[in-house]
Design a protein around this ligand. Sequence first.
Ligand code: UD1
Ligand code: MG
Length: 451
Amino acid sequence: MTSAARSCLAVVLAAGEGTRMKSAKPKVLHHVANRSLVGHVLATLAEAGATQTAVVIGPDREDVEKEVRGILPDARIFVQRERLGTGHAVLSARDALAAKPDDVIVAYADTPLVTTETFARLRAPLAEGAAVVAMAFEARNPSGYGRLITSGDDLLAIREHKDASEAERAITLCNGGLMAIRGDVALTLLERIGNSNAKGEYYLTDIVEIAREAGYRAAIAVVPEEEVHGVNDRAQLAAAERMIQERLRERAMAAGVTLVAPETVFLSHDTTFGQDVVVEPHVVFGPDVVVEAGATIHSFSHLEGARVASGAGIGPFARLRPGAVIGPKAKVGNFVELKNANLGAGAKVSHLTYLGDATIGAGANIGAGAITCNYDGFAKARVEIGEGAFVGSNSSLVAPLTIGEGAYVGSGSVVTENVPADALALGRGRQVVKEGWAARFREKAKAAKGQ
Ligand code: UD1
Ligand code: MG
């Protein structure tokens, strides 16, 4: 039976204390690439074929439970009342383990860089008869990690740093922490773990020797050190962000996106690009952005919750906020902000504009400095602008308001009443010209100063 056809219980350990984060919120709720650490791990496990997920959280961690449920509504939550070690933490999910899935994967919620492929490689030896598989890596600095004692392809034991002899400490092949266990024996083996060791903890890692004593085989899957990266403090959080950003940029470029200066572009885990999108330097993507084929995002723009259709141009210095929908070949220029606003195909809003709660028809032109006045301090209202309409510069469009197709709004107008199609609306003081006034004024002023 291949891994894909086997049932798989993922046990995610999220009972971390996270005191080194110096944060009011638990460590695993901190974000990288706009998703919580635990969110990354849950998403990867789902992709790797977990058929059920159990998350072990600390006591009184409703916030972590809420986050987990938001991502994976059918996840089972288990509370580890006392933090007695990784073996004890896994056993907190006893009820889920008792169902004897084919495979069990143990993952850490604070280790967000493990890939789908790695989880798959971790599971593979189970299908070939191994009872335990540990994730192994060559450590540049092995201090603090459990050391892997191997013989050929077999894993004989994992020795925690504090319990290791000098000779064992010289080993650089280390335990990444994640593990795959055969589901039919997992509970029996886990229950045999004791706590007579340097830390007085129930070590999950002891399962290797326990399995071998029971006549089972243990194996390793070697992965790059990067994947083992755990987050314990803000510097490690930033390092995780850096590594995930690198992956996201590479993924975008591999899909046919030009990133002129990739290291200056910040992506979200869910940013979606069509082919031949060009992203200029210094652009930030918040969550939930889709950019369709051939659109260009110019420098210094910030996008979140936005959809940009093909061939559109955004920025430089544009801000697209949630609900911004930019039509094909539309143009959003510099210092323009859109929120909950739909810009029709080929429409232009080129300079210094705020459009909130608005619909702008295809081909319309919104002049420099025009703004929607969509909020009265209590409620929002909409502005509807018809196709081909022309809104003169520096106009204030007071919602609720409809401007018909092809209508004109004179520059500097404060528009409070609906404008029919093809009409001209002027909402400004009529200009007065006084011939010779300036010359007379100067004469009088000079004379007064001379006295
Ligand atoms: C563990 C491994 C070590 C490995 C290292 C890799 C054990 C005994 N040791 O050590 O071999 O090299 O990870 O990073 O497994 N947790 C709980 N409840 C507990 C204890 C831990 O939920 O009672 C969670 C932690 O939040 C964390 C994970 O389990 O996410 C690992 O715990 P940690 O204390 O960091 O283990 P290490 O000592 O680093
Ligand atoms: Mg650790």
